[in-house]
Write a protein that binds this ligand. Sequence first.
Ligand SMILES: Cc1ncc(COP(=O)(O)O)c(C=O)c1O
Length: 454
Amino acid sequence: MKKKDFTRRKFIATVSAGSAAAAVSNSVPAFGKITILNNNSGKLAILGGTPVAPAKVWPDWPYVDERVVEEIVKTTRSGIWCRIQSPNGTVPTFEKEFAALVGTKTSVTTGSGTQSLNTAVEALGIGPGDEIITSPYTDPGTIQSILVSRALPVMADIDTESFQIDPDDIERKITKRTKALMPVHIMGQPCNMEKIMSIAKKHNLKVIEDSCQALLAEYQGKIIGTIGDVGCFSFQTSKVLCCGEGGAIISNNDELMDKCYTVMNHGTSKSGRTETIGSKYRMNEFEGAVLLGQLPGVKERHAIRNRNARYITEKLKGCPGLVPQKLYEGTTAGSFYLYTWSYKKEHFNNAPRDKFLKAIAAEGIALSGYIANGLHKEPWTDHIQTLPEYKTMFGAARLKKFKEELYLPKCDQVCQDMVMLWASGPLTGTLADMDDLINAVMKVYDNRDKLDSI
Ligand SMILES: Cc1ncc(COP(=O)(O)O)c(C=O)c1O
């Protein structure tokens, strides 16, 4: 079948019947038949037809059950509200359990993913006059973790298929000031760590993995966050393990972990001596309580997200208008904080992405764009040019070149083309939930010639 001839009817016919395998494996399981639309003339809901999934309700997020509530009540009653009050409080306990989850000896928590990243930057001794190469396609916290240490976040362009930092552009951006790479595992799926680690080795650079979105993602059999020198996580509300605001750092380097603790704890080490520069980045015991309450089901929810992600990818394989995020070879699990596609308007009768999003929303499925502008387009790039410390530490010529290198067309393209399902809650749904999404996409695709009239 030629791709352009692909329709929902043919699509349904090509789907093999069989059991919906729930088990997570590295191969694509034989998924069952998708639900055939009832009562649906095929007319787009936005043009007066019946929606595929009227009043669609996805699984709630953040995840709350009785255990979460009990942990908070217990902490409230205990009077232990700050981590230094007890070695058995929720935060020290969570640090041990989190380390066990990701397979490291220890972890250090902080008040956010940004704080975790900045703690890692400081603990590695990176500061004024140093450069860290990172992605522009990320949360502001990534670059702020570098800027607050008065180092320079140098932007490498991204790959248009995986949306991840492009290792070739990393190599082009290395200067004698470069001290570290900060790959961002965007959407929760692994970067091309094989190439990134080999570049780091060749140029003697540290690797700080921004794993803020990537809990339990796996690459070449290793948990994301354990491949570089240090890995940092976010527990902000939208994340797959969350407590409002929170973060954690992991590493197999004990000495570095001790330094992270000290930086996190206003420069004061476990021995009680105030030894270095560090803000107060402690996680509080209420955050620890929520995380302890959420931990028990985290692996199961991760497995369901992976199952559902594979299901969607498999079922929409023949739809050329939505191309799912490319996963690098060696990706044995994604975190699927977000499930994303590139929107190819040429396969939707040249309808702009907004029209597609409106049409699918009317079918009851809310998809959206993601990052509107890469961080290379934000005003901080001009602001730092005016700061005496940047002028002094980097010099006019370096700052000029830094600005000139902010032409990152691939990132711009991805910002324009991205379509996403926020997945922390929704991707823990049933296969029937996924069928709603698949049916809605296929209905809009079938009716692509009508998108003009929206
Ligand atoms: C890729 C990435 N890096 C860093 C951060 C910063 O984490 P936080 O918001 O917890 O400070 C986030 C949070 O959204 C993120 O998604």
